[in-house]
Design a protein around this ligand. Structure first.
Ligand SMILES: CC(C)(COP(=O)(O)OP(=O)(O)OC[C@H]1O[C@@H](n2cnc3c(N)ncnc32)[C@H](O)[C@@H]1OP(=O)(O)O)[C@@H](O)C(=O)NCCC(=O)NCCS
Length: 210
């Protein structure tokens, strides 16, 4: 499968900062930008910057960023699922996982998360993919936001729902291990039925239990 990436951008104002939201971008372009110290939810910022540069250059990898000048203040990633996860079992070339979305605390709750997804889905190529995101409450910044798990789940539903991702059932043990965890999915208009069947088979692997 050829992974077509078409660049789009939009701007928005948050907390008196004029942000440009753009992507998919290349690794070398991302390497030329500074990475905000507030982007530390998943790794220390320097390591996360490096990880995103690598993802940007993967054939299927897509990185959308929000930046003020040359300072990156938010990002979202799309790439094939980790080989250790069940979502990679069928090796579907047209399945992408929204792996991480993070906004610096300097510009949170100002619409940047939703804008990142808006720009990501401006590329019509996204209609060729099943897009999934696995939401685990232990990845959420509960401490930093002061939200409880259900309030945070609501924020995630609003962010993901703004781009058309919706809740889907699965018997994945990690997702089922807490009721606030969930799988959210968007199936592109041009995704062939064989991919949907293979995806459904990955979602449910313990049918004998029911
Ligand atoms: C989750 C996260 C990406 C949201 O990004 P954001 O830019 O703050 O989200 P948005 O401003 O687009 O907000 C989306 C909706 O949630 C609401 N919201 C966002 N933060 C909120 C908060 N702390 N309290 C209440 N509502 C909140 C917004 O008001 C908006 O609601 P609306 O659609 O009714 O207008 C951001 O909080 C973050 O980076 N968290 C740390 C990393 C993380 O947990 N990532 C998710 C797992 S990969």
């Amino acid at each position: 499968m050829e992974h077509v990436k078409r660049y789009h951008s939009l701007s928005l104002m948050v907390n008196n900062k004029e942000l440009l939201v753009e992507g998919p971008i290349t690794g070398s372009y991302l390497a030329s930008l500074r990475f905000d110290e507030g982007l530390k939810a998943f790794r220390i910022p320097e390591q996360q910057h490096e990880a995103l540069i690598e993802i940007a250059d993967l054939p299927e990898g897509r990185i959308i960023i929000a930046r003020e000048g040359d300072l990156v203040l938010g990002y979202v990633t799309f790439l094939h699922p980790d080989p250790l996860e069940r979502w990679s079992q069928a090796q579907l070339p047209d399945l992408l996982e929204l792996g991480a979305i993070e906004i610096s605390h300097k510009v949170r709750a100002g619409g940047v998360g939703k804008k990142l997804l808006e720009v990501a889905f401006l590329d019509d190529a996204m209609e060729d993919y099943v897009i999934i995101t696995t939401e685990y409450y232990w990845h959420w910044d509960l401490k930093g936001t002061g939200l409880d798990v259900w309030q945070y789940r609501k924020v995630m539903e609003k962010v993901m729902g703004s781009a058309g991702l919706s809740w889907m059932a699965t018997d994945d043990p990690e997702i089922c291990s807490h009721p606030a965890n969930c799988l959210m999915t968007k199936i592109g208009k041009r995704v062939p039925p064989e991919t949907v069947v293979a995806f459904d088979a990955m979602r449910f692997q313990n049918r004998f239990l029911y």
